[in-house]
Design a protein around this ligand. Structure first.
Ligand code: ADP
Length: 505
């Protein structure tokens, strides 16, 4: 058995390749950003060809830097930005349109029409998701309706849909020369097209969106002893490696944080924030604005489900301070600037740039900075941005506690923003519980490696993975209860000011 497992992490802002050893330690890594294409307000696209090129390049560079070859890898896993939608031609391999990214809101009218026509409850019940711009179904429909020739090609079976997991699996296994067209069950659970009970595409849901079944990938387990396919000798790995693990990024982080028991939860702080709580083999339907989703399916074992609170804008609000306002030079600067003041000076920032996701699901909301007075400075705005990340997470924790009946004792965290000590301290203060971070913070890539490695026996079982989880940092609450309550009440008032801002009917 080779000594390592490889993992491709195709994220929203960048793609990375990481190699892990048996202890879950990072042996090699390389990462490259790709372009964020913003053709008009609310639209966000990526170039799928650029994503494939970046993927090839990070694999080659990471292996090269560490002096590794394909035969050092026992298996390869893949994890990806979920919901982002690619439609391509099976013969030429060319995408018909740019990838429509999960943050893109162009399908707001498709989503609100489904609700207005009374289909919302069907979608919520069958797919576990509210009709929203976030998920793939509306994005596929938009491409079918707006790009010349795609609907006909889809009906002929020539146009294929995939999230970026499918797109990369297809490319890695040969593309137009016999590439496999599959998606893992966690990615499929984010389309509004898969039935959570049957774990198959659902005819009623497909007909609501007018999507031909033949363009959809085959749904496969997240960890599969029967490989989805093999990488090619003349591909970026330069050899045949079995592809045996695939998970959407947040589900991968749940696995990477070893949340294998019901009630175990993690929160990932990246472009957006995503909190998942394992609910075991029960499909728990949310009454509090959370999503019901598949957490993972390991081989033939029953699928394990999760409740998820997705927050659209957290790290991207920090990017906004950098790119649009120009008040910081890099993400880490947000901490330096926010530390210049002792508190938010009364300022609350609700970054509802693409509406509000969990637990509100309001596509008519838009961002607001409220409570400003002449006294306030950039530093208050920076602090309010970090607080917004934490308050949005608190709203999700409350929804999770209401739905699951589990009281969170400690929050496991990961993702880029966890490098920000002030933000993590505020998170502990706002929640009133400890916040802990593992030594290997790259839980997303690690989770996909775990899924791939479990399939080939590189790791024996999930108990073995638990031993790899080691605590790195812990933040403990310092605020008084009164401070916590007052702060949250003001935050809630700020949220109410952002609602009903744009007309989406
Ligand atoms: P993704 O996987 O979604 O691309 P990452 O986990 O790589 O995200 O995190 C990147 C995000 O984290 C960016 O939006 C960036 O603005 C934010 N970020 C990174 N470092 C910091 C920091 N020190 N303070 C605040 N935000 C940060």
């Amino acid at each position: 058995m080779p000594d390592f497992v490889g993992s491709v992490d195709q994220g929203t802002t960048s793609t990375r390749f990481m190699v892990f050893d048996h202890g879950g330690n990072v042996i090699a890594a390389h990462q490259l950003e790709h372009e964020q294409i913003l053709p008009q307000a609310g639209w966000v696209e990526h170039n799928p060809v650029e994503i494939w090129e970046r993927t090839s390049s990070v694999i080659q560079t990471a292996l090269g830097k560490a002096g590794l070859v394909s035969s050092d890898l026992a298996a390869l896993g893949i994890t990806n930005q979920r919901e982002t939608t690619v439609v391509w031609n099976k013969r030429t391999g060319r995408p018909y349109y740019n990838a429509i990214v999960w943050q893109d809101t162009r399908t707001d009218r498709i989503a609100s029409a489904l609700e207005a026509q009374g289909h919302g409850d069907t979608i919520r019940h069958k797919a576990g998701l509210p009709p929203a711009t976030y998920f793939s179904g509306g994005k596929i429909k938009w491409i079918l309706d707006n790009v010349d020739g795609v609907r006909e090609a889809a009906e002929r079976g020539e146009a294929l849909f995939g999230n970026t997991d499918s797109w990369l699996l297809w490319r890695l296994t040969g593309g137009s020369h016999g590439g496999v067209h599959v998606t893992d069950v966690t990615n499929a659970s984010r389309t509004m097209l898969m039935n959570l009970e049957t774990l198959d595409w659902d005819d009623e849901l497909l007909s609501l969106f007018g999507i031909p079944r033949q363009m959809l990938p085959e749904i496969v387990p997240s960890s599969s002893p029967e490989p989805y396919g093999m990488t090619l000798a003349d591909g970026p790995l330069g050899g045949e490696v079995p592809l045996t693990g695939a998970l959407g990024d947040q589900q991968a982080a749940t696995v990477g944080q070893v949340c294998f028991a019901p009630g175990e939860a993690k929160n990932t702080y990246g472009t957006g924030n995503f909190m998942l709580i394992n609910t075991g083999t029960d499909i728990v339907r949310s009454k509090s604005g959370l999503l019901t989703t598949v957490a993972y399916k390991l081989g033939d074992a029953d699928a394990v489900y999760a409740l998820e609170g997705s927050i659209a804008v957290t790290g991207s609000a920090v990017q906004w301070l950098r790119d649009q306002l120009g008040i910081i030079s890099g993400a880490a600067q947000s901490e330096v600037l926010a530390r210049q003041v002792e508190d938010n000076g009364g300022v609350y920032f609700v970054p509802a740039f693409s509406g509000l996701f969990a637990p509100h699901w309001r596509s008519d909301a838009r961002g607001a900075i409220v409570g400003l007075s002449r006294f306030n400075t950039n530093a208050h705005v920076a602090r309010a941005t970090l607080e917004a990340i934490c308050y949005q997470s608190r709203d999700v924790v409350e929804a999770m506690e209401a739905d699951s009946g589990v009281h969170l004792e400690v929050l496991k965290v990961d993702g880029g923003i966890t490098a920000n000590n002030l933000c993590m301290q505020i998170q502990a203060d706002v929640l009133g519980v400890d916040v802990v971070k593992p030594v290997v913070a790259e839980t997303t890539a690690l989770g996909a490696a775990y899924a791939a490695g479990l399939a080939v026996g590189f790791w024996k079982d999930t108990d073995e993975l638990r031993k790899n989880w080691l605590e790195d940092k812990r933040w403990q609450p310092q605020w008084s209860d009164e401070q916590r309550q007052t702060g949250h009440a003001q935050w809630s008032k700020a949220v109410s000011r952002t609602l009903d801002w744009v007309d989406v009917s």
